[in-house]
Design a binder for this molecule. Structure first.
Ligand SMILES: Nc1nc2c(ncn2[C@@H]2O[C@H](COP(=O)(O)OP(=O)(O)OP(=O)(O)O)[C@@H](O)[C@H]2O)c(=O)[nH]1
Length: 315
């Protein structure tokens, strides 16, 4: 929004000035660019996706810079610097931003320059330097954004996807299930007596158990399954293609594997698992509530067991 406001404040005087000088064609070009910026600002204000808005805004800005440098080469070149920076700052990919800026610069080199050879060389060199520096800036910004996204979506202790990632994934699963593309199972896994483990052996030993548990579950999962750590000793599994009977068999295997392999200072550590299949009309809350209720039934029945909602004979 701030960039848009600066753009409008900077370009409007040029549009008026050109209109007063009867340069209607150039004034119309300025007015077109002002309209693009205004639409982009309204789109952003109404919550549009920044990525789409960026492409919508940068393409006309680049086209404007190239056109103005072709029709008015004495001063038009300066707008190319603005276009290069706009591309680098707005576009989500540094390579696309650089490519677009290069196209603009190459187009402008087609102009018969009214400048001296020295001035023209200076313009070309400074444009190329600006593109290079913008590329470095945009690449850094892109990497930092990716790192931040990873940090926001992963759990630092286990490296697994976290609750926020799970919230995105369950919405996606609900969408796919409602469209009939895929059935899904959802399983909640909670360690048994973890407080006592922490109290008896210390927090670091507890952390080691959580890391080992993550490794055990990850090794057991299929490529399409997803595992999340959504709380202290609470994990969620999102299992595409799993019907309730199949889910019970798989979770029972996982439970037995944990019981056989998970140890803290030689003591066996176990987990309780509650699971539920997707049902028509489910929201994330209703689906999770059924899996949660199944998990508490597993705890209530003495822990170290699996309960799948709707599979009472096996439960
Ligand atoms: N080491 C460690 N402990 C954690 C972490 N997050 C939560 N906890 C501990 O996990 C324990 C959870 O305790 P409870 O909710 O009582 O669960 P529980 O002892 O496993 O009991 P049940 O679930 O009923 O079998 C608490 O002592 C928390 O301090 C963590 O990241 N690391």
């Amino acid at each position: 929004m701030a960039l848009g406001a600066v753009g409008i404040l900077s370009i409007t005087p040029f549009a008026v000035w050109r209109w007063l000088r009867h340069e209607y064609w150039l004034a119309g070009l300025d007015a077109g660019l002002l309209a693009v910026i205004a639409i982009a600002m309204i789109w952003a204000w109404r919550g549009g996706q920044i990525r789409h808005i960026a492409y919508f805004a940068t393409l006309p800005v680049s086209a404007f810079a190239a056109t103005i440098s072709l029709v008015s080469p004495e001063s038009g070149y300066y707008w190319i610097f603005v276009a290069i920076l706009t591309n680098a700052m707005l576009l989500p990919r540094a390579d696309i931003a650089t490519l677009l800026s290069l196209v603009v610069v190459i187009v402008t080199l087609l102009v018969d320059s009214p400048h001296s050879v020295f001035q023209h060389t200076t313009i070309v060199v400074t444009l190329v330097m600006t593109i290079l520096f913008s590329y470095v800036f945009a690449t850094r910004a892109e990497n930092q954004r990716r790192e931040l996204e990873n940090l926001a979506l992963s759990d630092p202790l286990t490296g697994l996807d976290n609750r926020r990632a799970f919230e995105n994934a369950i919405e996606q699963a609900l969408h796919e299930a409602a469209e009939g593309k895929q059935v899904f199972g959802l399983a909640l896994l909670d360690l048994d007596g973890f407080k006592e483990i922490n109290d008896a052996h210390g927090h670091e030993a507890g952390d080691a158990v959580l890391r080992e548990l993550s490794r055990l579950i990850s090794d057991y999962l299929r490529a399409s399954d997803r595992l999340f750590r959504i709380g202290g000793e609470e994990f969620v599994l999102l299992l595409p293609g799993a019907d309730v009977a199949g889910m019970h068999a798989r979770m029972e295997n996982l439970r037995a594997r944990i019981e056989s392999n998970l140890r803290c200072r030689g003591e066996t550590v176990t987990a309780s698992i509650g699971a539920s299949g997707w049902q028509q009309g489910d929201t994330a809350t209703t689906w999770l509530m059924r899996a949660d209720a199944a998990m508490y039934r597993a705890k209530g029945k003495g822990r170290n067991r699996v309960v799948v909602h709707g599979l009472s004979a096996l439960a």
